[in-house]
Design a protein around this ligand. Structure first.
Ligand code: ZN
Length: 97
């Protein structure tokens, strides 16, 4: 049986995967499952990094028109709130269709 070469695979795998012991041998099926788990862990980490890079909501900016508004509010007025809610509802309908 050939030993796996010490490839410098991703040093930080994440909480979903535990590092393999140096002398641990995997069957072909286990290697395939391990590879799938690594792919998922890397995708989750990339998604978490991308999500943390940008805030979900910018404070002090109206979600509808983009004008400056009070930092404790999400809209500059009732009209913008209604307009944004209509556009969200329309987007949700399109997403489900
Ligand atoms: Zn507005």
């Amino acid at each position: 049986m050939s030993t796996p070469t010490g490839s410098p695979a991703a040093p930080l795998i994440g909480p979903l995967l535990t590092p393999l012991e140096p002398d641990e041998r995997l069957s072909a099926e286990d290697m395939a499952a391990r590879r799938a788990d690594e792919f998922l862990a890397h995708a989750l980490r990339a998604q978490a990094q991308a999500a943390s890079a940008q805030p979900a909501v910018r404070r002090g900016v109206c979600l509808d028109c983009g004008d400056i508004c009070h930092p404790s509010t999400m809209y500059c007025g009732a009209e913008c709130r209604a307009s944004h809610e209509r556009s969200l509802a329309a987007r949700a309908r399109r997403g489900k269709a």
